[in-house]
Design a protein. Structure first.
Length: 204
């Protein structure tokens, strides 16, 4: 397939996955990234044309996590005003037993997202089928998305066109997960790049 001169990009951002990667790599305790600036920065270094950003996150419970529910509601409204398309699912909480170094166990209330990876995969494939992008820029290290990557490759062959899937993720010496999604072009985000793409208005 002929490689296009201008490569149109749609970015798909798993908000919680990106946050946990940045916390592990750079020590940030709040999801203070500016996803539009991150996507534009990566596209700029590769001379890609960013045409859209989709953002996905679990939403904290408004009763048990009122502060974080309000914080995310404000963040999402800001993103929407900047043209970012957002998608949320409620975070479900359950008790989980955790073993301590001394052999004892404690019970913790752990939040879990349900359906975020499925929604991302559906949108990735749907927009590939509509030929809405040449490059799918994924901000996630969730290997469950590798099946969507395979499907996009198959679609590109059927459509007889050039398509790539790239995976951007925070990476530092302290990172335990050092892999992007299988079958993608890996684009590590280093600390200086992440610092330039933080949103100071949402750092607390």
């Amino acid at each position: 397939m002929k490689e296009p001169w201008v490569k149109r990009v749609v970015a798909f951002v798993d908000g919680q996955n990106l946050f946990h990667g940045a916390r592990e790599a750079f020590g940030h305790e709040v999801p203070d990234y500016d996803v539009l600036r991150l996507a534009r920065t990566i596209c700029g270094t590769r001379h890609w044309l960013l045409e859209g950003v989709y953002f996905y996150t679990g939403m904290p419970d408004p009763v048990t996590r009122p502060h974080w529910h309000s914080w995310w509601a404000t963040r999402l409204a800001t993103m929407g005003s900047r043209g970012i398309r957002t998608f949320t699912r409620p975070i479900r909480y359950r008790q989980q037993s955790v073993s301590l170094p001394d052999g004892s166990k404690i019970s913790l209330r752990v939040g879990q997202e349900k359906g975020i990876d499925v929604r991302i995969a559906l949108d990735m494939v749907r927009l590939a089928r509509a030929e809405s992008y040449d490059v799918c820029l994924l901000f996630s290290q969730d290997q469950d998305l590798s099946e969507a990557v395979d499907e996009i490759r198959a679609l590109a062959r059927d459509q007889e066109r050039w398509v790539r899937v790239a995976c951007a993720f925070p990476l530092a010496s302290r990172s335990r997960n050092r892999r992007g999604v299988n079958g993608t072009e890996w684009i590590p985000i280093d600390a200086p790049t992440y610092e330039r793409c933080r949103d100071p208005g949402h750092s607390r």
